[in-house]
Design a protein. Structure first.
Length: 253
């Protein structure tokens, strides 16, 4: 396994699903992990899992859409571990709702967490990474990102946020490269997490999605985490500004 010994990683949205998997995978590779989410109790459970497997971690409660809380999260990380080497922007919400029924509140909440939250965390972490002239930022987007990805019925606000993440990733990569900071995005397809429970609840909808996936199955969180590990490591040292799709062939179809 890739060695991340001595590295410090922050993973947002890490109390469950893909975020939890990313945190556990980075810890197994030797990184000290800051487990971030809105529930301190749930974060602490992930920390306990990491500790039990011989790793080191810290739980921090943080609403990523709130700048003051993001700044405090960064401060706690520096106080505990002294630096930040890796940021995995993973915190997100996914609300299925028809476009004509979307409210301004629905839109604002999704954009605030999924896009503004990524900006706030990335900017705060990058300011610390600049001091050491190195760092890696990984933004979790989605195949539902429009353009080279796809649109998805009932997810206009979610797709807008994920498309924004890809555009922001490319610009961040350009601006931060002179400081030794690499920035890449990952666009997963349908992954087995609580976020796709509404799809699974409707067998017809799920079958429609899977019919477009050549591998005809939902992906596992661990499969995405392996890609996170690669992008977080020096093995991807010549990669920045990239969006890597991991979707069982969905977009290829």
């Amino acid at each position: 396994m890739t060695n991340l010994n001595g590295k410090v990683a922050i993973v947002t949205g890490a109390r469950r699903g893909m975020g939890r998997s990313h945190a556990l995978t980075l810890a197994k590779a030797g990184a000290k992990v800051v487990v971030v989410d809105i529930s301190l109790e749930d974060c602490q459970k992930v920390v306990e899992e990491i500790t039990q497997q011989g790793g080191e971690a810290m739980a921090v409660k943080c609403d990523v859409s709130n700048k003051a809380e993001v700044d405090e999260m960064i401060k706690k990380t520096i106080e505990r571990f002294g630096k930040i080497d890796i940021l995995v922007n993973n915190a997100a919400i996914c609300q299925f709702k028809p476009f004509l029924e979307l409210t301004e509140e629905d839109w604002d909440r999704t954009i605030d967490i999924n896009l503004k939250g990524y900006f706030l965390c990335a900017q705060a972490a990058a300011k610390e990474m600049v001091k050491q002239n190195s760092g890696v930022i990984i933004n979790i987007a989605s195949v539902a990102m429009g353009q080279v990805g796809l649109g998805f019925v009932t997810l206009a606000h979610y797709c807008a946020s994920k498309g924004g993440i890809v555009a922001m990733t490319e610009t961040m990569a350009l601006e931060l490269a002179p400081y030794g900071i690499r920035v890449n995005a990952i666009s997963p397809g349908a992954i087995e997490t609580p976020m796709i429970d509404p799809l699974k609840a409707n067998s017809k909808t799920l079958e429609t999605v899977l019919s477009r996936v050549p591998m005809h199955r939902v992906g596992r969180s661990e499969e995405v985490s392996n890609l996170v590990l690669f992008l977080a490591s020096d093995e991807s040292s010549y990669m920045t500004g990239s969006t890597v799709v991991i979707d069982g062939g969905w977009l290829a179809g």
